[in-house]
Design a protein around this ligand. Structure first.
Ligand code: ADP
Length: 550
């Protein structure tokens, strides 16, 4: 860790380490009556308050101590968004251990790999994942016991899991007479592995300090704008990048929390939005696809839902238009990554944009957004030379800041920084007002005759066609141009469009050489564990595809 020179005159303010436990302590003391509502795996709705959550988190912290969990030990969770998961978040990090959230959508072999790599001591899991735990338990070498996050009457009679504990037994048999320990704010608080589309997953190890700073930064008005007047439903999972920090930022803002559990289909989400008065939500585009379709197909409307953050992959402009114009929901397009805690940029208008025509404003909102304080960014060429912020020159996007990794857990991958900047692997433009727009991931960008073709633009145009439900664009090897774009399309049920009609739809919207060489209609797109289209799988699947001669 870098150390810095000290001034002979130091500030005379209280020195208080920024610790995750301070967030739940604050919420319980100052917003103790505010509710946390959770749809449980059992199907019913559970509700209690921040005060109750704090009490149970302290009981669980006590239990962890009794189980021999030491500072720095890793404790894993494999769980949906729910109140017990939140209790574990605070119990583990608050007591000085490291919360390791595991993505259940990973392949079982990958789950065992990361549990062993992290050297997890205990693993907490939801009932849904009992079969998964039964399959991987024997391979998780360091796990002393598995904790089923359920009531006693839900415990399986027979199971192959050698050491199985009941969550509610641990809560019931421990007192809440527990003081959160105070320690160095740079201590590790939580661990999240990247999905590792190539090679093994690598861990981003967040500190207490980075988590608290990210919580402040992400709650600000120019970012997610969470306040005590909100009711927040995080669709983004707590098992991936800490649900974009919402389990922290919502609590320090005093907003009501609504957890959807495992029911992420459009109908279940809509019901919860309406019955609990949700005002704000956050999720990846594929989730909104299901919710929007449900609302439109059934002629429904949102009565309280006002704002949503969309990120994780590009929000198609057609989706943004539907949410804003048809459903009255403001869209904050945001960008970030596991290595960045995750928030880097968020969309929104500046004072100078307020008088612009709607179409001009929409173009700004469709970009991935403006840096939030705490994140600096720049674009560079292949030689590392910084490129201008003109909105059209694109380059490799590099970032730095106090909630961005300096190295991966256990130093996997060695030195990752370039002159103190973290290379994101994304290709982007930045305009004169500081708005960043992702052109592509550098490994997905199509290299045609020495020029780059950004696949996100092509996909966005395709998805603006009324007959297109989803689209993905990949590069196909080409003898003359190196690579040429192939557009893969899932049609909307009951609608039709031909290859020629779709290509004609691109006319006048893009440079001529960006025109896809071919269109293939498919039934499904391979989705990764974090809700992103797996383009490496598509490239493999279509590598023999013959493009028509030009
Ligand atoms: P993974 O574990 O799959 O890497 P991350 O959530 O860390 O998952 O993914 C980060 C990447 O997701 C970014 O580098 C970027 O390529 C992509 N991404 C995130 N948000 C957006 C967005 N709003 N638009 C386009 N791409 C995005």
């Amino acid at each position: 860790m870098t150390s810095y020179p000290q001034s002979p005159v130091m500030g005379q303010m209280m020195s208080q380490p920024l610790l995750v436990s301070s967030i739940i302590e604050f919420a319980a003391r100052h917003y103790g009556h505010v509710e946390i509502v959770s749809r449980r795996i059992e199907g019913d709705l559970h509700r209690y308050t921040y005060r109750d959550c704090h009490q149970r988190a302290r009981r669980m912290a006590h239990a962890l101590k009794g189980l021999g969990v030491q500072m720095g030990d890793r404790v894993a969770t494999l769980a949906w968004n729910g109140y017990r998961h939140m209790e574990v978040y605070y119990a583990v990090s608050g007591s000085g251990a490291v919360l390791h959230t595991v993505n259940p959508r990973l392949h079982p072999e990958q789950i065992a790999y990361i549990a062993n790599h992290a050297e997890d001591q205990y693993l907490f899991f939801d009932l849904t994942f009992l079969p998964l735990i039964e399959a991987v338990a024997a391979h998780c070498k360091t796990v002393k016991a598995f904790v089923l996050m359920a009531d006693r009457d839900r415990m399986p009679q027979e199971t192959g899991i050698a050491n199985l504990l009941c969550y509610e037994d641990l809560i019931a048999s421990n007192s809440d007479d527990y003081e959160w320990p105070v320690f160095d704010e740079n201590s590790a608080a939580s661990l999240c592995y990247t999905s590792g589309t190539t090679g093994n997953p690598k861990g981003a190890l967040y500190s207490h300090r980075s988590t608290v700073l990210h919580s402040y930064g992400s709650a600000m008005p120019n970012a997610l704008n969470v306040s005590a007047a909100d009711t927040v439903l995080p669709v983004v999972p707590m098992f991936h990048v800490n649900a974009w920090g919402l389990p922290y930022s919502v609590l320090l803002s005093g907003a009501k929390m609504v957890f959807p559990g495992a029911a992420l289909d459009g109908k279940s989400l809509y019901e919860l939005f309406e019955t609990e008065g949700v005002t704000f939500s956050a999720g990846v585009p594929t989730v909104w696809l299901g919710l929007i379709n449900h609302v439109l197909q059934n002629n429904l409307a949102f009565s309280t839902f006002k704002r949503t953050v969309i990120g994780g992959s590009a929000c198609p402009p057609a989706m943004m238009d539907t949410l804003i114009d048809k459903l009255g929901v403001q869209v904050i397009h945001a960008w970030g990554m596991t290595e960045m805690s995750p928030l880097g940029t968020a969309g929104g208008l500046q004072a100078k944009h307020l008088a612009l025509p709607k179409d001009e404003q929409r173009k700004i909102l469709q970009k991935q957004g403006h840096a939030i304080y705490g994140v600096d960014m720049k674009i560079v060429n292949d030689d590392g030379v910084e490129l201008p912020w003109d909105g059209s020159t694109y380059g490799h996007l590099l970032v730095k800041g106090p909630w961005i990794i300096s190295s991966y857990f256990k130093n996997e991958g060695g030195d990752v920084l370039q002159d103190g900047w973290f290379p994101t692997g994304d290709v982007a433009t930045i305009d004169a007002d500081g708005y960043m727009q992702i052109t592509d991931r550098s490994k997905d960008v199509i290299k045609s005759g020495g020029e780059w073709i950004g696949t996100i633009d092509l996909e966005n145009i395709a998805m603006a066609h009324p007959a297109v439900l989803q689209a993905a664009c990949i590069g196909i090897a080409h003898p003359k141009w190196d690579e040429r774009p192939l557009l893969l399309v899932i049609k909307r049920p009951g609608m039709d469009v031909t290859r020629e009609e779709l290509l004609a739809f691109f006319e006048g919207k893009i440079a001529k050489f960006w025109m896809p060489d071919d269109v293939a209609f498919i039934e499904a797109l391979p989705m990764g564990a974090t809700g992103k289209i797996q383009k490496n799988k598509l490239r493999e699947q279509f590598k023999e595809h013959k493009l028509p001669a030009a």
